[in-house]
Design a protein around this ligand. Structure first.
Ligand code: SF4
Length: 411
């Protein structure tokens, strides 16, 4: 059906698989990726787009007008979810600037942890293509990699017999069973404290001799020092709270290695529009998410402006939840007034779960399924998405643009 389909369901944005079947039965060909299959199953059949106000079905234009009225009344809105593409992010930025909103992604915590490590330490980052072309040692730190990014090893070419990679190591994580190709993964159990293990590894790679070191970590330090190009793969969502310290240590190891050889890090994250909205907001304002667009200018508070905390503390009085991807990613439970822009099936779930009160819902399309769009891949490459069918549902940026117009109209 669609030969050049790009999968939108994680930040790897795989573009070498095809879709089979008609518009009512989207089936993946070329991969058994469970994440993609689940994503396609959630959008398998077009669902009638129903807008509603407090559970009562209305025309989309009515719902948008009411959403604009409620937005105008909120003194401190939170824009959460942010599972959106580039055009959606650009449109939402304008709305946030107009309403003084604070913006945070649904996966804002790992996003903030990765960013903090980058701000504090800087990084040598690599791309999927460069791993496939140059990396001879790949170390997955605290992550199985394929548990949440099922095609990662294939995307890096680790299944190729003629690829450069000869060693695949897992530090502080069990190797998955489905490592492709002929590579025999090596497991280093470590102490169970990833930060302590990384600290020891950093010391082993430092100038001073390190006494009483873990023999496996000492062996890993030698392997890294002898590698032509080592890549340390990590996953911010797998780090515990305050995992930025571990991330910082990992980036420090990469820097130490670059004094004598070549090494880089690769962060698995940024799915569901997280990398996209972070990039777009940063290039438009100079500041990342967890920023308030207030009258006094932009305020960036990476801890205080965490979406969950703002809701728990009732530091905001309204929630605009925007989510174009999995319809099951509902807004967090709150008794605050909500405006929700989501796939049609999200509206059904809100009504079935009887959480549609105090809620205006407007259906929007999903990039890569029933809308075209662009997303940032986890390694920073912008990837176009094609629509595989037209369900007559508007793209999110169009709805946001109408909300902006509605805000300018007198009550
Ligand atoms: S790994 Fe991610 S992008 Fe690739 S097919 Fe699976 S869900 Fe889609």
């Amino acid at each position: 059906m669609e030969a050049n389909w790009t999968c939108p369901f994680c930040a790897l944005l795989c573009d070498s698989f095809a879709l089979e079947g008609g518009p009512e039965a989207l089936a993946l060909n070329g991969s058994t990726c469970p994440r993609a299959r689940a994503g396609l199953a959630a959008h398998a059949r077009p669902e009638a787009p129903v807008a509603f106000i407090d559970g009562v079905a209305v025309e989309p234009a009515q719902a948008i007008a009411e959403a604009a009225r409620r937005l105008a009344r909120w003194r401190q809105p939170l824009f959460g979810g942010l599972g959106i593409d580039m055009a959606g992010a650009r449109a939402l930025f304008k709305l946030a600037a107009r309403t003084g909103a604070i913006c945070d992604h649904a996966d804002g915590e790992p996003l903030a942890q990765g960013l903090r490590a980058l701000q504090d330490r800087g990084q040598f980052h690599t791309t999927l293509a460069e791993i496939g072309a140059r990396a001879d040692v790949v170390v997955c730190v605290g992550t199985q990699a394929t548990a949440r990014y099922p095609e990662f090893f294939r995307r890096c070419g680790l299944d190729r017999a003629d690829g450069p990679c000869t060693r695949l190591v897992f530090l502080g994580a069990e190797p998955p069973e489905d490592v492709p190709g002929a590579l025999a993964p090596v497991r280093i159990a470590g102490s169970g404290d990833l930060f302590a293990d990384l600290q020891q590894l950093a010391a082993l790679l430092g100038p001073a001799p390190c006494h009483e070191s873990d023999p496996e970590l000492a062996g890993l330090a030698r392997m890294l020092g002898e590698a032509r190009y080592a890549v340390l793969v990590w996953e911010p969502a797998m780090l515990r709270r305050h995992g930025a310290l571990a991330a910082e240590m990992l980036l420090r190891i990469v820097m130490a290695l670059n004094r004598g050889t070549r090494a880089a890090s690769f962060a698995l994250g940024g799915s569901d529009g997280a990398a996209t909205v972070q990039q777009v907001f940063t290039w438009l304002s100079g500041l990342p998410l967890r920023t308030r667009f207030g009258r006094a200018g932009f305020e960036h508070e990476p801890v205080r402006f965490a979406g969950e905390a703002l809701l728990a503390d009732r530091a905001v009085d309204g929630l605009l939840w925007t989510w174009s991807f999995a319809p099951g990613r509902l807004p967090p439970a709150t008794d605050l007034s909500r405006v929700v822009l989501g796939p049609p099936a999200m509206g059904s779930r809100l009504r079935e779960g009887r959480v549609a009160n105090q809620c205006v819902f407007v259906p929007v399309a999903t990039p890569g399924v029933n809308a075209a769009g662009h997303l940032f891949r986890g390694d920073g490459v912008v990837v176009p998405l094609v629509a595989v069918r037209d369900d007559g549902v508007p793209a999110l940026d169009r709805v946001v643009a109408e909300l902006l117009v509605g805000l300018e109209e007198p009550e």
